[in-house]
Design a protein around this ligand. Structure first.
Ligand code: SAH
Length: 255
């Protein structure tokens, strides 16, 4: 009987290979075929053996990302040929990763499929930048939204940001000006603190802090590049507080 193929939808985390799950690392080390996005850090791809076939479906200057249907067809074709296909995605496959579409395509084709979670950018970047997304004193709600141009105006974010809440915006750098405008139109204070985390949890990480009204300026002035997250809420301003406390404590020790 022909060997049964399978599709693994695997989260690659934000970049540092140490943030992979043990299961993801094991699958990569034993992979025969890996289909990955551009967002997957090259450091993670070094775990794939040389004997494996590495297929990128990333954007390049010469061509756009493969259309999703073509990616689905590619995964299914290899699985039907009896291969175990590792579909490797930045962060977590089910957070703005189109993992749901690939899962449905595999099911429709009656191909066994399994999902391995990854650390999503919000969690990886928050840990690296030491921003607690929830905090008993500052936030008991956290929301993840997609800020790309398509459909931004139609999205209802009312109530997701504000006092006691944290809003994490993926894919929002290019639309930072519309995002700030949208949130202020929803009643968010122009002086709500925020942080932009560029290349979160990678060696090149930058954490930029500012206020909502100044977001477009901050992004332009600092020439923020993708991938970056915008985190909006009081939790982003707490380490200034912490620093003040530490300074005050040090001062009180001296006196
Ligand atoms: N599935 C991914 C998200 C894909 S959408 C995940 O779970 O993380 C792509 C967006 O994710 C980027 O535009 C950016 O907003 C965010 N992103 C991904 N990796 C990032 C990183 N290392 N630092 C900051 N943002 C990142």
């Amino acid at each position: 009987m022909a060997r049964q193929g399978k599709i693994w939808l695997v989260g690659a985390g934000p970049g540092d290979p140490e943030l992979l799950t043990l299961r993801a690392a094991r699958l990569l080390a034993g992979a025969e075929i890996v289909v990955h996005d551009g967002l997957v850090d090259p450091a993670v791809l070094t775990l794939v053996p040389r004997s494996a076939r590495l297929i990128s479906v990333a954007k390049s200057r010469a061509r756009q990302t493969l259309p999703q249907e073509d990616i689905n067809a590619l995964l299914i074709r290899h699985a039907r040929a009896g291969r175990e296909v590792v579909r490797l995605k930045g962060g977590d496959p089910f957070i703005f990763g189109r993992g749901g579409e690939e899962l449905e395509a595999a099911r429709a084709a009656r191909i066994p499929v399994e999902v391995v979670p990854g650390i999503t950018a919000a969690n990886g970047a928050a840990a690296a930048a030491q921003i607690a997304l929830t905090h008993r004193d500052a936030s008991s709600i956290v929301s993840f939204v997609a800020g790309q141009c398509k459909g931004l105006a139609e999205q209802d974010w009312a109530g997701l940001a504000g006092k006691g809440r944290t809003l994490v915006i993926y894919m929002g750098v290019a639309t930072a000006a519309q995002i700030a405008e949208k949130l202020m139109a929803d009643g968010l204070a122009p002086d709500m603190p925020l942080a932009v985390v560029e290349n979160g949890a990678r060696a090149t990480m930058r954490v930029l802090r500012g206020l909502l009204a100044g977001l477009p300026d901050l992004v332009a002035r600092e020439a923020v590049v993708s991938p970056a997250l915008i985190v909006i809420g009081e939790v982003t301003a707490r380490d200034d507080l912490a620093i003040t406390h530490i300074v005050a404590e040090a001062a009180s020790c001296v006196s």
